[in-house]
Design a protein around this ligand. Structure first.
Ligand code: GDP
Ligand code: MG
Length: 184
């Protein structure tokens, strides 16, 4: 699997980015919103997608973000090392309306660190920010955890689109910046 790979043109890049987090936090819908501007109220409809490639332009360079989504394996805590292999970016997602999904962020971080052989640019994402009335995790708690762990942080809503593109772009931009600092 290619990572930091340069394709035919020396200015093209392919970054593997993985989505992780508990079941039903909205990983597949974040990807559907970002890649296709779609939203599914029934989570089953998105099962089976392995990854989607999204083109982005940064500094005039074309970057392909290859974004991997679990096909439901996280339900059984059975995300394999192949899923993480070669990843240079990650979104660890929890649901702001389900505290347990936030409590489990540490486990996902451990798993990511265990399976990846390099520093993965990671953003902590508190999804479902539209569910204001059933919020169980404050924005401050999310921010504080991200700060302690050295992660980027953002609250998003795949339903109303808020911050979805920004979350993915933050990761891609940072990977690109690290890479260009190394090359030039
Ligand atoms: P995954 O298991 O992490 O991939 O989660 P899904 O993307 O399948 O979403 C699980 C459920 O949460 C589905 O019913 C979605 O419609 C719903 N959902 C996902 N994102 C949001 C969001 O931002 N706001 C709200 N209100 N619901 C969401
Ligand atoms: Mg899913």
């Amino acid at each position: 699997m290619a990572f930091y790979a340069e394709e035919e043109h020396s200015q093209d890049y392919l970054f593997k980015i993985v989505l992780v987090g508990d079941s039903a936090v909205g990983k597949s819908n974040l990807l559907a919103r970002f890649a296709r501007d779609e939203f599914y109220s029934n989570s089953k409809s998105t099962i089976g997608v392995e990854f989607q490639t999204q083109k982005m332009v940064i500094d005039g360079k074309e970057i392909k973000a290859q974004i991997w989504d679990t096909a439901g394996q996280e339900r059984f805590r059975a995300v394999t090392s192949a899923y993480y292999r070669g990843a240079v970016g990650a979104l660890i997602v929890y649901d702001i309306s389900r505290r347990q999904t936030f409590e489990n962020v540490g486990r996902w971080l451990n798993e990511l660190n265990t399976h990846s052989d390099m520093n993965v640019v990671t953003i902590l994402v508190g999804n479902k920010s539209d569910l204001k009335d059933s919020r169980e995790v404050s924005m401050e708690e999310g921010k504080a955890l991200a700060e302690v762990e050295g992660l980027f942080f953002m609250e998003t809503s795949a339903l109303d689109s808020s911050n979805v593109a920004t979350a993915f772009q933050t990761v891609v931009k940072e990977i690109y910046d690290i890479l260009s600092r190394k090359v030039f």
